[in-house]
Structures are given as structure tokens and as C-alpha cells.
Design a binder for this molecule. Sequence first.
Ligand SMILES: C[S@@+](CC[C@H](N)C(=O)[O-])C[C@H]1O[C@@H](n2cnc3c(N)ncnc32)[C@H](O)[C@@H]1O
Length: 240
Amino acid sequence: MPNRFTLDRVAFFGRTMEEYLQAFGLTTADVLDKHVLDCPSGPDSFVAEVNALGGDAVGVDLVYDQSATELEAKGRSDIAECLAQMKAKPTFYPAMDFDQYAVDKTSALERFVADYTKNRKRYVAAALPKLPFADRSFDLVLSAHLLFVYSPVEEDGFSESSNMNLQWHHKAVREIARVSAREIRLYPTAAMNSAPRRHRYIEPIMADLCANGWRVGFEPSQYRQLSTEMNDCLVARRLT
Ligand SMILES: C[S@@+](CC[C@H](N)C(=O)[O-])C[C@H]1O[C@@H](n2cnc3c(N)ncnc32)[C@H](O)[C@@H]1O
């Protein structure tokens, strides 16, 4: 399919807190009174900004065993590479202001690097589907732009070489749910390379959460990166 958008690896690419709140349909007040896990956190500035406002957020990413200098270089190079790929497929991003996008991503990266340098304990190196936290350690766990997005391209994702299949997603979401005492939010939920519809893993993932004592639904997202249709996040709240 010539107009397919694919990626050969997971980008080290992150959003600002404002973009995160839009993506997850949350307000600043919603996150400041909770112990929050951002998983994966990448070079986003959510953790830095929440803590700067007096909140309590922790980030997890598989590359947090690397130095700030290494991560800054990786982040700058991935911003340039991702933007080049996005500009080459303009039909995927019809409403995108690429210059503003580059400014936002660079701002998130710089804020992340400064905080990662000063407050390293907030950034935990770990890889889904295994997290190094006790059951119910956090009030809220947020997961953006890894689940669903990097599933294989033939299964509604962007990845050309992914092992993040449905079985991996079940393990990852069960692990995210295990460490949350109250709520999890996952974004995005749409299929990547198709007319607007849900990613095909959403239904089995929701069924699994329901079977394990969670109430699940969708809440609209104001974040505008992909299609404006089917743009919402999956919200699950613990019943037991
Ligand atoms: C595109 S970034 C998203 C960052 C942030 N959540 C956001 O939305 O801006 C994806 C991140 O997932 C991380 N990652 C990839 N595989 C992972 C895994 N198995 N466990 C934890 N992090 C992973 C990458 O290192 C990268 O930083």
C-alpha cells in the first residue's frame, strides 16, 4: 500500500503537559492531587511540569538507563527524523502545523532533559510488559503513543518490525492495570493506517479489563495529531 505510514522503530519523541492533558481529556487539577505514572514517558515534559506545579508524577521508559546527554541527542535526532517522515505523508496529518509541532516537541525535550538531569529518581528504567512497582502503587497510570501505535502495520499499527502483537498488549495493559489503584488512561485508540475506526486490539483489551474488575469506556481527546475522528482515550476505573 503506497500511502501507508510505517516506522521501523519506536521514536524517542515526547509531548508537553498541555498536549498530554488534551490527549487524555484531563485538567491540571485532575493530575495534581494524584500519584501519577507516565508509562512510557520518553522525552515528554509531563513529569517535569507536574512536579514543578507541586504534583507527584513518575516516568518510566526503557531508555532511562542512558545519560541526559545521550537522551538529548537521541531526542533531537528523532524530532528531525519524525518530522521529515510526517511531512512526506501530508495526507496523514491534514491539520498539522509542522513548525509549531517542532517547537512543542523541542520544548518538551528540553524541559525533560533539565528535569532528568536534576531529578533522576523520578525517571525509572523499565520495559513493558514488566514494571518494577508494587500492586496499586499509583492513583492514575497514563500511557500514550506506544500501545496500539507500534503494533504491526498489518494489525492497525505503524510498525514494520514489531513484536508488540495482541498477546504483548494484553500483558502490557494487565501490568499497567496491576500498578494502578484507581484509574488508567490509554491514548490513542484509533487504527493507524485506515479510515477512522478503532484499533483492532481495543475490543479484546477492553473485554480483558472488564473481566478483571474494571469499568471501561472512552472519553474524548482534544489532542490533534492524527485523525480528528475516533480521537478519544480509553479510560478504565477499578471496581474492586
Ligand atoms: C513515541 S514515545 C511516547 C512518549 C510519551 N508517552 C508521549 O506520548 O509523548 C514512545 C516511548 O516508548 C518507549 N518504549 C518503547 N518500548 C517500550 C517498552 N517496552 N517499555 C517502556 N518504554 C518503551 C520509547 O523509548 C519511547 O520513549
